[in-house]
Structures are given as C-alpha cells and as structure tokens.
Design a binder for this molecule. Structure first.
Ligand SMILES: Cc1ncc(COP(=O)(O)O)c(C=O)c1O
Length: 323
C-alpha cells in the first residue's frame, strides 16, 4: 500500500484534478451502482455531510441510541445540522419498521419536529459488530420511500457486513439514498472515507465538504491507499472475523469475564465480573502486547484487523483464555 501511495499521480482535488481521487470516487460509485461518490478525510465527515444534505434545521433523525452518529460524532447532528434525534433502544443497534413507525412524527402536528431521515449502521460498532438482516433493511427502505424519508447507511464497516451476508455493494446501493464507507478501519488505509449517493446528495456534498474543511489539495497520495484497499483488502476480511470468533471463544474461558458479545464480524465487546475494572484488565493485557478499548467501567471492546496475523491471534487467545 505504501509503495502504491508513493507512486500516486496527484493533482488539485478541489478543482477536480486529482487523478487518484477521481478514480477512487468513480470506482466507488460504480461498485455501488450509485450516481456519485465523495472522498473525505473521515467517516465522521461523510456521515455529517449526509445528515446535513438530508435535513434542514429543526428536522429529526431516527437512529439507534447506540449509533455512532449520535454517540461519537461530538454532537454533530445538532452542531452541523441543527437537527434533533429520535432514538431507538435495542440490544445490538438493529431495529424494525415497527420501531421506526413508532418514532415518525405527524407532519401536521405543529408541536413536533419534521421526521426527515432514518439512519442505520452496518455493522453496528457498539452492537459488537452485529450485522443487519438485509430483508429488514429492504422493508425499512420501502417504508422510507412511502413516507418520503431519507435513508442513510453508516457503513463504516459495510464490507465486513457484506463478507457475512454475501450481498453485493450494488444491492446496498439500490436500497439507500446515501452510504458512508470507511477505507480506514478493517480495510487498512491510514485515512479516508467515501460518501456514495445520488446526484443531489453528491451535489450538496461537494459544497458541504468544502464548508467543513474536507476539500483537500493533492489528496491523491492518501486516495491511492483507498484504491489499494478496495482492490486488495476486502477479500481478506473473513480472516479478521475468524480471529475475532476465536478471541470471543477464548474470552469465554477466562474467569474474569462475565458477558461476551460477538456479532460475527471483527468486534468483540465484553463485560468483566464485578470487582474487576476495565483499566486493570487493559493494563494486564497490554503487558502481553494486546491493546483494546475501554467502553465502560467494566466493559472493553476488542477489534481484529489486517495487522493481526494468525500467530498474533493465536497468542492473544492463549493469553486471554488463561488470565
Ligand atoms: C460505525 C462508525 N461510523 C463512523 C465512524 C467514524 O469514522 P472516523 O473515525 O473515520 O471519523 C466510526 C469510527 O469508529 C464508526 O465505528
């Protein structure tokens, strides 16, 4: 990837003249069968651009309480779009058309915000990498069309979901008005995300990317990493899933863990028994070269990715099973 980045031909992305960015955007739009794509520095920016493009101040977005857009984007829905949220409570961050119907406001009721957008996340980060059922997404897509609601997918780890559900990007493209995918995370690029969508979203998105400071100049060097990731790193994601499944199993053998959630992809979230705090556990495993993230006083998230080899995963399993 680094070699490919260093050899990139570059131009000025702001003027639409960076060949790598143009190729990456065209490749993504083509892959998903959508009208356009925008290369941005981060998944937060692609989500925030989409939300801003779909809504007007005072509108409401329906999403899961555990969604990244609500929990981890710095209050960006309010800050950037002046929109409010209607939150759905679920175990794994997936929900149904009935959950959505219960949160759609009557547009004729002046007391209520206009419901404008439904957002889903696939895979669900805080749902331990859980995947959506594609049939359920299809039903939600129909509901959104019938009720004139935008439908946005935070697909930061969509390629992990497609590795499990066997669906093609174009099937997702046909369902959503806008999709955000990350080239970093499991795909291994150092930086970068894509917002893929219909013509109107992309037209607005070009302006919003500029306003938010995401219109870069010779971005081809980093866009090259994204191209490399799409060409080479999707097909190996099942290795990460295999490693994560083994780690989840090893954690189950450990006397310090109380509950282990594993959604079948590359994320494991676990809770420690009362009396054991996350910081202590993290220090213990760090001493063995294993890094993880605290998600609560007694809960921890572990993620596998392309820098974790078979040997690394085996060693991690041995340490985690025997702590
Ligand atoms: C589901 C999800 N969406 C969006 C993002 C944001 O991506 P970035 O860190 O590139 O802003 C993340 C990051 O962890 C994520 O997990």
């Amino acid at each position: 990837m680094l070699d490919f980045m260093m050899k990139a031909a570059v131009g000025d992305m702001v003027f639409g003249e960076d060949p790598m960015v143009n190729e990456l955007e065209a490749m993504a739009a083509d892959m998903f069968g959508m009208e356009g794509a925008l290369y941005c520095p981060s998944g937060t920016m692609t989500n925030q651009i989409a939300i801003k493009a779909h809504t007007r101040p005072g509108d409401e977005v329906i999403c899961s309480r555990m969604s990244h857009i609500y929990q981890f984007e710095g209050g960006g829905i309010a800050f950037n779009s002046g929109a409010s949220v209607a939150l759905i409570d679920t175990d794994r961050g997936t929900f149904t058309t009935d959950d959505i119907k219960a949160h759609i406001n009557n547009p004729d009721d002046p007391h209520k915000a206009y419901t404008r957008l439904v957002e889903v996340e696939n895979t669900v980060n805080r749902g331990a990498g859980a995947c959506w059922d594609f049939e359920e997404l299809t039903k939600i897509g129909e509901l959104c069309s019938n009720r004139n609601l935008g439908f946005h997918l935070d697909g930061a780890r969509l390629f992990n979901a497609m590795t499990v559900d066997g669906r093609k990007p174009a099937e997702y493209g046909a369902l959503f008005d806008s999709i955000s995918v990350c080239l970093s995370k499991g795909l291994g690029a150092p930086v970068g995300s894509l917002l893929i969508g219909n013509r109107d979203i992309i037209r607005q998105g070009i302006r919003l990317r500029k306003v938010l400071g995401g219109a870069m100049r010779q971005a081809g060097y980093i866009a090259a990493a994204g191209l490399y990731a799409l060409r080479n790193n999707i097909r190996r994601l099942d290795e990460d899933h295999r490693h994560a499944a083994a780690i989840a199993e090893a954690l189950g053998k450990n006397s310090l863990t109380e509950k282990i959630s594993y959604g079948g992809t590359n994320i494991i979230i676990f809770t420690l028994i009362p009396g054991v705090i996350a910081m202590e556990f993290l220090q213990k495993i760090k001493d063995h070269g294993i890094l993880a993230l605290k998600t609560g006083d007694r809960s921890i998230r572990m993620v596998t990715h392309l820098d974790v080899s078979d040997q690394d995963a085996d060693r991690a399993c041995e340490v985690l099973a025997n702590l």
